[in-house]
Write a protein that binds this ligand. Structure first.
Ligand SMILES: *[C@@H]1O[C@H](CO)[C@@H](O)[C@H](O)[C@H]1NC(C)=O
Ligand SMILES: *[C@@H]1O[C@H](CO)[C@@H](O)[C@H](O)[C@H]1NC(C)=O
Length: 290
């Protein structure tokens, strides 16, 4: 995974080098995600119970005040963007977002508590599910089309990077919680299949809307987040949650391989983030909240 990011970074630098003759090489990102990628959307959702606008969120970022990120420092989306040298797209609900900003850096639709499934995270009252985020992207595309016309918009969107990173909440704030109907309706196997069917439909809608370069990130060891650890008497990782993350990743990797070979002129890839996130307790990633 890390290697991949480095390679594409190198590639982009090479492309920038080639593109000196007035040809623009502006790669923007459209980011779809949950709290791991939220850069402030929930902060503007006043009724949402998934909030990061309190100390000590943000203590290692900018002025050290809470900024809507569910972490002390940068989000996963920030880190990936920074390592590829791409601009950080602002939150969709950021009042300073304009068409010009979108053309310059893209949009981040990620929302803490959001999942692949609409019913995930219902407890948080307000959040953007992946379906909702795709709907918002459809609106963004209309906005850009009004400004640039259809052909230039198709080109702009076709060249943009799409990042999809959701799924943890579908387990942690849905399937693994008995208050949610899905925990009774499905077993481990059928729930992962249901997630994959939904995700496939969502990715096909994005492809239909013009996405041609897309990366889906897999889940980390979600049984090791503090919220899961406190459920075990010893404070150890929850084996079951980690096993579910691994089956999700395996199924998503197969789904993406299938789409990648089936969809013409498109690169739809899976990025396994499981091992990247396994870190010693106390380090930065452990403070991330889903
Ligand atoms: C999910 O929610 C979106 C609105 O955000 C709605 O358009 C869609 O029909 C819903 N899908 C399902 C399967 O409930
Ligand atoms: C794929 O891209 C090439 C070059 O841009 C184009 O000529 C071709 O029509 C595209 N194929 C499809 C199926 O979209």
């Amino acid at each position: 995974m890390k290697l991949n990011v480095r390679w594409s970074c190198l590639l982009c630098l090479v492309l920038i080098g080639i593109a000196i003759e007035g040809v623009q090489c502006k790669v923007v990102q459209f980011i779809f995600g949950d709290s791991l990628s939220d850069v402030g959307n929930n902060m503007y959702l006043s009724k949402s119970l998934a909030q990061a606008n309190l100390p000590f969120y943000g203590i290692d970022f900018g002025n050290g005040l809470p900024n809507g990120r569910f972490t002390n420092g940068r989000t996963v989306a920030d880190i990936i963007g920074d390592s590829t040298g791409l601009p950080r797209p602002p939150a969709f609900l950021d009042p300073s977002l304009t068409e010009d900003v979108i053309l310059e850096s893209g949009v981040n639709y990620a929302s803490g508590g959001g999942g692949i499934l609409n019913e995930t995270g219902g407890y948080f009252i307000q959040k953007f599910s992946l379906w909702k985020q795709i709907e918002l992207f459809r609106g963004t595309k209309e906005l850009i089309t009004n400004k640039l016309g259809k052909q230039a918009t198709d080109k702009f969107i076709g060249e943009a990077n799409f990042v999809v990173a959701l799924g943890s909440n579908d387990f942690i704030n849905n399937y693994l919680m008995p208050v949610y109907g899905d925990s009774w309706k499905y077993n481990d196997q059928t729930f992962v299949r249901y997630l994959m069917e939904t995700l496939q439909n969502q990715l096909l809608v994005l492809h239909n809307l013009g996405a041609r370069k897309l990366m889906v990130f897999g889940l980390g060891p979600m049984g090791c987040i503090p919220l899961q650890r406190v459920l075990s008497t010893t404070g150890q990782c929850q084996e079951r949650a980690n096993k579910l993350a691994i089956s999700f990743n395996k199924a998503a990797s197969q789904l993406l391989a299938g789409l990648d070979s089936r969809l013409p002129n498109a690169s739809f890839k899976f990025g396994d983030a499981y091992d990247v996130v396994v870190v010693p307790i106390g380090s930065e990633a452990c403070k991330l909240l889903y």
